[in-house]
Write a protein that binds this ligand. Sequence first.
Ligand code: SME
Length: 157
Amino acid sequence: MAEDLSISKGSKEEQYQSLIPQITGLLEGETDLVANLANVAAALKEQFGWLWIGFYLVKNEELVLGPFQGPVACTRIKKGRGVCGSSWAQATTLIVPDVELFPGHIACSSSSRSEIVLPMFKDGEVVGVLDADSTDLNTFDQTDQHYLGAIISLLKL
Ligand code: SME
């Protein structure tokens, strides 16, 4: 039987704990936001292999696609629309165990089954969101919320 590589990578918590120092190192000495978001997206994709991981940034009252890893995605999302626009409007993290049960979910990829979106704040305002999509149901939980939030706090937005 084939070895389960996900087990040899350690628990989700262990994976985040080994990833965070790497991300801290990647961000050190670089102030360009796009460069830093691009490397964070790549590091998360490499570690977890999610379908899609990336950022949308608030520009002129819309979310506009930023650095990401995964299949091509919708470029603009209005406030309150989909999981991303709802996370922005509510200024809160949304964990969606089954995207088909989220009213108004925007299906950028038909392979997406579950999702987490965290708002990113600067001076108390949401300036963007981090979005991760998985091909499995129930992928994301409070552990992801905690560590992805910690990763966002490393960014100079
Ligand atoms: N599913 C998201 C749209 C963005 S893509 O998943 C990359 C949403 O409902 O907001």
